[in-house]
Design a protein around this ligand. Structure first.
Ligand code: PEP
Ligand code: MN
Length: 262
């Protein structure tokens, strides 16, 4: 059962939050940092819902070069500022080696996006930092490939690693991706690492996020990474899959019936 993993990796964050413990750790926030007001409002709502991490991209891997690419360094500063103001931890995506040093002072956890799961040079470099990483499953990656990518980070000496199922591309078009819930117990069996679920990118449709979040936790996920926006209609990225703050609040209560949640 959950928690019976004496050898399992536990990652302790600065404020005492532990991932890989009995509690399911929730990381929530907008897809992108868009402005001070937007990220502060997001942080307040994430905190009110009882989650521990604020997520938000400052460097965004957009399919189109003409789409919003993120606020960059300014976004990192805003994340840190509002997270400190509200008492949250920061997780945000690193896209390339040159960003690592820039990001270190502002963040609590590096997120390696699906598109970079096999950016082996980036992974190798992250093996040398002493900051936790969350590695997302690639868009069409097998579980074996996820494990091998994880090895790039672990073999460099960075053992504070979490894995994250975020859906893979299949023939199905109704959902944005097909969230492979079975990857969660498989990864938990094959590794000692905490495994999280990202139902937002997993399905791409906000009303399908709560049931898949519950499914991920029922399948043994150690945490969830989810998009929530104070005003999803105005979101600069991934608005359609971003929860309304009230939905996050309600979901947290449902999750607590399944497992202890922080
Ligand atoms: C994100 O978390 O906003 C993101 C870009 O996710 P993924 O890398 O899973 O597509
Ligand atoms: Mn997104």
């Amino acid at each position: 059962g959950r928690g019976f993993r004496p050898e399992g990796t536990k990652i302790t964050f600065p404020n005492g939050v532990v991932v890989g413990n009995e509690e399911v750790v929730v990381m929530a926030g907008p897809c992108s940092v868009e402005s001070r007001a937007q990220i502060l409002d997001s942080a307040k709502k994430v905190k009110a819902a009882g989650a521990k991490f604020l997520r938000g991209g400052a460097f965004k891997p957009r399919s189109s070069p003409y789409s919003f690419q993120g606020m960059g360094l300014e976004g990192l500063k805003l994340l840190r500022e509002v997270a400190d103001e509200t008492g949250l931890l920061v997780i945000t995506e690193v896209m390339e080696i040159s960003q690592i040093e820039v990001m270190l002072p502002y963040i609590d956890c590096f997120q390696i996006g699906a598109r970079n799961m096999q950016n082996f040079n980036l992974l190798r470099e992250l093996g040398h930092v002493r900051k936790p990483c969350l590695l997302k499953r690639g868009i069409a990656a097998t579980i074996e490939e996820v494990l091998l990518s994880a090895e790039y980070i672990l073999s460099g000496g960075n053992y504070d690693l979490m894995l994250c199922e975020r859906g893979v591309r299949t023939f199905e078009t109704y959902t944005r991706n097909t969230m492979d819930i079975s990857a969660i117990p498989v990864l938990k069996k094959l590794t000692h690492l905490p495994v999280l679920g990202d139902p937002s990118h997993g399905v791409g449709i906000r009303d399908l996020v709560p049931p898949m979040a519950l499914a991920a936790v029922a399948a043994g996920a150690d945490g969830l990474l989810m998009e929530m926006h104070p005003d999803p209609e105005k979101a600069m990225s991934d608005g359609a899959q971003s929860l309304y703050p009230e939905q996050l609040e309600k979901l947290m209560a449902q999750l607590r019936k399944l497992a202890p949640v922080v």
